[in-house]
Every structure is written in structure tokens, then in C-alpha cells.
Design a protein around this ligand. Structure first.
Ligand code: ADP
Length: 193
């Protein structure tokens, strides 16, 4: 199995690149943001809870997020591997993910970090907000809060996997296909390994 953490700040293009990785490598894309939006759209108890945090640009509590992620993986066992997008976002989530995969006899292959600077991110998200229907994409102060939460709580996950020699940086600026080429070059080495 090839299990990839697609890492990077909000608006760094994870969803776009994940889509292309699904097509080329047959991995299952799991986006915790998408899962929360589905739950919110259906007004489920989980969705109602998540909304309290997401609308402010804060993280949803770990136990809620971890439980939801495990359910999604358990519901889709027969795949080549997973792309984790938007997860883990805290060290607690990273530890939970590693333990969970270990129980399944597998592990994280690599963390691929898309690098994009803050001003470009704000521009991209505001632009996305015009069509995405996401209220957290329309307000610059909420976007800046998400970037702040990312730097404080999520960025250290890069180092967590770097200690295991699994973290790789990828320039996230350029055309979509150009960036995908960079990702593919790395994934191809895992496929042929
Ligand atoms: P972004 O485009 O900001 O990366 P996502 O679509 O991945 O956003 O997630 C939207 C929101 O859902 C986040 O701002 C956060 O509130 C919540 N969320 C998503 N994933 C997680 C997670 N792993 N832990 C806690 N909260 C999360």
C-alpha cells in the first residue's frame, strides 16, 4: 500500500492535486474538510458540532476528527492506499493515525508538503470563495486565522514525519500540471519500489 499525507496550508492546492493522484495511482482520497462539509450539508449531529469550529476557522476537536477519519478508512478497505488530505492537523492526530495504520499492518509512506506563501494563499482562497459556497473562504480574517492555526498547530507535523525520514517538500507555485509532475516523480519511486 502507498499511504500519502498531502500536506500544506489551506489553499495550497491539496484537493486539486489529490484528484489527479486518484486518477493516476488509484488511491482513495480522504479529505476531512470534505467529510465535514458533507456532514454539515446533511445537518447531522457531527456536522452541527463541526460547524461551530469551522465557521470560526478553528480546528474541530481531535476526538471527533479522528473517529470520523477511522470510519472512512474502515469503510474502504480494498484500495491501493490512501491520500490523507487535511489530516493529520495536530500531533495527537498524527500519533492516532500511525497507531491505526500499524494495527492494519501498514504505515505512512510519505508526507508531501506543498509550499505556498501566505499572501498567495489569501488571494487563492478569496478567489475560491466567490464560487465554492464555503463561508470560511469569504472572510479574510477567518482565512488569516486558518493560516495562523496552520502555522501553530499543523506545521509541526512536517517535523514529526521528518524525524522518520518521510517528509518531502514540493514547490506549490506554478501550473497545476507542473506541480503534479513534481508529485508524480516522487510517487513513481514508491510504485516501482
Ligand atoms: P482548507 O481549505 O482550509 O485546508 P479543509 O477543507 O481541509 O480546509 O477543512 C476545512 C475546515 O475543517 C478547517 O478549517 C477545520 O476547521 C476543519 N478541519 C478539517 N480537517 C481537520 C482536522 N484534521 N482536524 C480538525 N479540524 C479539521
Amino acid at each position: 500500500m502507498i499511504n500519502i499525507i498531502l500536506f500544506g496550508p489551506p489553499g495550497s492546492g491539496k484537493g486539486t492535486q489529490a484528484q489527479k493522484m486518484v486518477e493516476k495511482y488509484g488511491l482513495l482520497h480522504i479529505s476531512t474538510g470534505d467529510l465535514f462539509r458533507y456532514e454539515m450539508g446533511n445537518n447531522t449531529p457531527l456536522g452541527i458540532k463541526a460547524k461551530q469550529y469551522i465557521s470560526k476557522g478553528e480546528l474541530v476537536p481531535d476526538e471527533v476528527t479522528i473517529g470520523m477519519l477511522k470510519n472512512k478508512v474502515d469503510a474502504n478497505p480494498m484500495v491501493n492506499g490512501y491520500i490523507f488530505d487535511g489530516f493529520p492537523r495536530t500531533e495527537t492526530q498524527a500519533i492516532a493515525l500511525d497507531e491505526f495504520l500499524k494495527l492494519k499492518g501498514t504505515s505512512i509512506t510519505s508526507l508531501l508538503a506543498l509550499e505556498v506563501d501566505d499572501e498567495e494563499i489569501v488571494k487563492r482562497i478569496l478567489n475560491r470563495g466567490e464560487t465554492s459556497g464555503r463561508t470560511d473562504d469569504r472572510d479574510e480574517s477567518i482565512i488569516r486565522n486558518r493560516i495562523e492555526v496552520y502555522s501553530q498547530e499543523t506545521a509541526p507535523i512536517f517535523d514529526y514525519y521528518a524525524l522518520k525520514d518521510k517528509s518531502i517538500k514540493i514547490a506549490g507555485i506554478g501550473g497545476i500540471d507542473e506541480i503534479f509532475e513534481r508529485i508524480s516523480t516522487i510517487l513513481d519511486t514508491f510504485v516501482s519500489a
